[in-house]
Design a binder for this molecule. Structure first.
Ligand code: GLN
Length: 538
């Protein structure tokens, strides 16, 4: 079959267990190739039936990452954007739900008249089309395709088959497979065990896919003899079995892989016309050094209700780390549950800065208001994001003449709904993909702390919410001192607020955490960290 285009593909599968960092591994390989000067993109395939991750529970799946074009996606897209320093389109997240929905819609339109519509070829063809749509969206040299879950999952089967076909159609020289597995250490036996990796590789081979590279994740360093054993049993080049033990920071993983010459291996294997020059990662090395070597430390409290699973706030955590590193401090991040009767003041006292993240539903909201109140009273730097901004507005209103202020998200009979639903949202019945989503323009008001942070008037930020600042209260709250430092370009929607007479207390309706990069921290996070550092000196 004819080649479709010149894009090369690196397909990443997982074996043995989930949560071993396939996303970081994929993003790291992408970072290496991007540093060599290649144009790289990445796709995440999630084999679950949900159409997108917008309706998934953050306790189980972690954060919902929002792309610039408003797709609610898997958090791995956040890793890709941060490591590759790109903005991905929503089509970079493929789910079983999206695949089947489009095939069924086509069948209803009569697109397959007379045919019996089947997994092979109709579903597999559609999967390949969706992958290629990504490569064609911009002339990419390399597209990484990460298949979620582990090999052997029933839901993954059509995807593995499609990926195998993709290799045949694009040509073996243009497609390679990387299998990421886990090598457990058995205390009782005093040794690492490679058998689960052998089995998962066998499983992969049973669907016609031989991995070119095996990345062995482990808690501790594994020696070369054992890796050679994996190479032997799994029929993979000895140079292509690499160990990535748990790293101090995820940003180190590209360097670990580069040290093992994986970049060079990939370049040769799929014939990329570029020099595998390790010095090209020097800028990245610099970023990793600044993350690792910062001297002074500040403690930042994230006060929210999804604190049991740190992945729920992963982009926020990373943004704090980027910003801290950029000003030479280390951010120690602590998570405090807001889902309590009364927030523990002693716990709050530990924090040099308080961040209230986004969230949904009433549970834990009063705890967030307690944290806001504490930060306002004690001049502690405060950053509210989305529901966090709504918390700041609500608490400011309660302190200034509206003791019953609340968001209408939390009841139909709110006396003073300082946060309310927009008219167009009220008509919407479906829950999936119907919020105010994706990038919107915002105008910053000069003379504010927000302007000091951004240094420009016209910005663009990503949203994911249904409720907004209620303009009925705008004039009065402003009269009472609330600073409105950012609005929609037509001045209608309040996007950013500042608490007056406070060193740094800012809330934004959007999610700045989606745009922070390790080498380019987000201006609001950077300004927040600077305020925190100042506060920590007192
Ligand atoms: N629940 C709030 C809303 O829908 C905030 C959403 C969020 O924090 N992402 O407006």
């Amino acid at each position: 079959m004819e080649r479709i285009n010149l894009t090369k593909y690196i397909i990443i599968t997982g074996g043995v267990v989930s949560s071993i960092g396939k996303g970081i591994t994929s993003a790291s390989m992408g970072r290496i190739l991007r540093s060599y000067g290649l144009k790289v993109s990445a796709i995440k395939i999630d084999p679950y039936l949900n159409w997108d991750s917008g309706t998934l529970n953050p306790y189980q799946h972690g954060e919902v990452f929002v792309t610039h074009d408003g797709m609610e996606t898997d958090l791995d897209l956040g890793h890709y954007e941060r490591f590759l320093d790109v903005e991905l389109d929503g089509i970079a997240n493929i789910t079983t739900g999206k695949v089947y929905e489009s095939v069924i819609a086509k069948e209803r339109e009569g697109g397959y008249l007379g045919e019996c519509v089947q997994v092979i070829p109709h579903i597999t063809n559609r999967i390949k089309e969706m992958i290629r749509a990504n490569s064609e969206s911009a002339d990419y040299d390399v597209v990484l395709v990460e298949l979620g879950g582990t090999v052997g999952d029933i839901e993954s089967q059509p995807f593995l088959e499609a990926l195998r076909q993709l290799r045949n159609e694009e040509g073996r020289d243009n497609v390679m497979f990387v299998h990421v597995t886990f090598i457990p250490y058995l205390n009782a036996a005093g040794e690492f065990k490679t058998k689960p990796t052998q089995h998962s590789t066998k499983e992969l081979r049973s669907v016609g896919i031989n991995p070119d590279v095996i990345v062995c994740r482990s808690q501790e360093h594994i020696d070369d003899a054992l890796l050679a054993k994996v190479a032997h049993f799994c029929d993979v080049d000895v140079n292509a079995v690499v160990n990535t033990p748990d790293a101090g920071t995820i940003y180190e993983v590209p360097l670990v892989l580069e040290d093992k010459n994986i970049g060079e291996f990939i370049v040769k294997r799929i014939g990329l016309d570029v020099e595998a020059d390790s010095s090209k990662l020097d800028e990245w090395r610099g970023v990793v050094d600044s993350i690792k070597n910062a001297e002074s430390e500040v403690t930042i409290g994230i006060v929210g209700k999804y604190v049991e699973l740190e992945d729920s706030y992963i982009s926020i955590r990373e943004s704090l780390l980027h910003a801290a590193a950029s000003i030479g401090v280390k951010a120690k991040i602590k998570y405090l549950s807001s889902d309590v009767e009364k927030l523990d003041e002693d716990a709050l006292k530990e924090f040099d800065g308080i961040l209230i993240p986004g969230g949904f539903g009433e549970r834990g909201f009063e705890g967030k208001l307690d944290a806001v109140d504490y930060a306002i009273e004690n001049d502690v730097p405060l950053f509210g994001i989305c529901l966090g901004m709504q918390s700041i507005v609500t608490q400011f209103a309660r302190r200034n003449g509206y003791p019953e202020a609340n968001s209408s998200e939390f009841g139909d009979d709110i006396v003073d709904p300082v946060i309310d639903m927009m008219e167009e949202q009220k008509k919407i019945k479906n829950m999936g993909g119907t919020m105010r989503l994706g990038s919107y323009d915002c105008k910053i008001i000069e003379g504010t702390k927000t302007f000091e942070a951004y240094g420009e008037i016209d910005i663009e930020e990503r949203h994911r919410h249904r409720y907004e600042f209620n303009n009925d209260y705008r004039d009065d709250l402003q009269e009472k001192g609330l600073i409105i430092s950012g609005t929609s370009p037509d001045d209608f929607l309040v996007e950013i607020v500042e608490v007056p007479n406070h060193p740094w207390a800012i809330g934004c309706q959007f999610h700045p955490e989606f745009k922070s990069r390790p080498n380019r921290p987000h201006p609001l996070f950077k300004a927040f960290l600077e305020a925190i550092y100042e506060y920590s000196k007192n």
